[in-house]
Design a protein around this ligand. Structure first.
Ligand code: SF4
Length: 219
């Protein structure tokens, strides 16, 4: 294992010996094709006022990454840093997500990252059901355009929407679910913001990420 990966694992609070397999073959980054559907969708989101969160947002946070990605990471909603910078998963939680991905051989810009909600709820409160209903068609369109081989739901809110479930995160981990009419495999793990507060669970998150590797090697 090279020193860079060891540093990534240390950043996650995980002992280096736990990374058992290299998956560099999965991390190849493909060129992004141009797609007018993407431009139309982005423009629609950037001007959206449907649920009222436009009144308190700095800017919508559309999504970022490789639109041909094998792996799509889906979180909850923008927080303070994301709202300021216009990109999902930045700040300390974003740095941890990047480290988690790099620990399994993925550079951040080789996956696609998006949220359930495109605009920050005030004071980072949970998304309201009406907001989720109005915003998630944008996410569903993003998933349809990317057509990932695997979805990684990070955190309770994302998992509950994608799986139409109210089960606890603990119940939803450690199994492969499917999403949508294409039956896209889906794995659930902890949100990096949760892991920052509960570092004892980082090793469980790493186990989830190893499951991601195994799934992508077989799909
Ligand atoms: Fe529109 Fe979604 Fe933003 Fe609400 S959260 S204003 S539905 S883009």
């Amino acid at each position: 294992m090279d020193s860079t990966k060891i540093n990534y694992l240390q950043a996650m609070g995980i002992q280096a010996w736990q990374l058992k397999q290299a998956v560099s073959s999965l991390s190849a980054c493909q060129d992004e094709p141009s797609d007018t559907d993407w431009q139309t969708l982005r423009t629609t989101v950037m001007h959206c006022t449907a649920c009222g969160l436009d009144k308190t947002r700095t800017q919508p946070v559309f999504g970022v990454g490789n639109i041909n990605a094998d792996l799509m990471v889906i979180g909850e909603a923008p927080g303070f840093n994301e709202d300021q910078q216009g990109e999902p998963f930045v700040g300390r939680a974003g740095q941890l997500l990047t480290a988690m991905l790099q620990a399994i051989g993925f550079e951040r810009d080789c996956v696609y990252i998006a949220n359930i909600l495109k605009c920050r709820p005030p004071n980072n409160r949970d998304p309201l059901p009406a907001e989720v209903d109005l915003c998630t068609p944008f996410l569903e369109k993003q998933i349809a355009l990317v057509q990932p081989k695997l979805l990684l739901a990070v955190g309770r809110i994302a998992a509950h929407f994608l799986l139409n479930s109210k089960a606890s995160l603990g119940q939803l981990r450690n199994q492969v679910h499917v999403y949508g009419r294409h039956q896209t495999p889906l794995i659930v793990t902890y949100h990096p913001a949760y892991l920052l507060r509960n570092p004892v669970d980082k090793s469980k998150a790493f186990q989830d990420l190893q499951s991601v590797c195994r799934m992508l090697q077989t799909t």
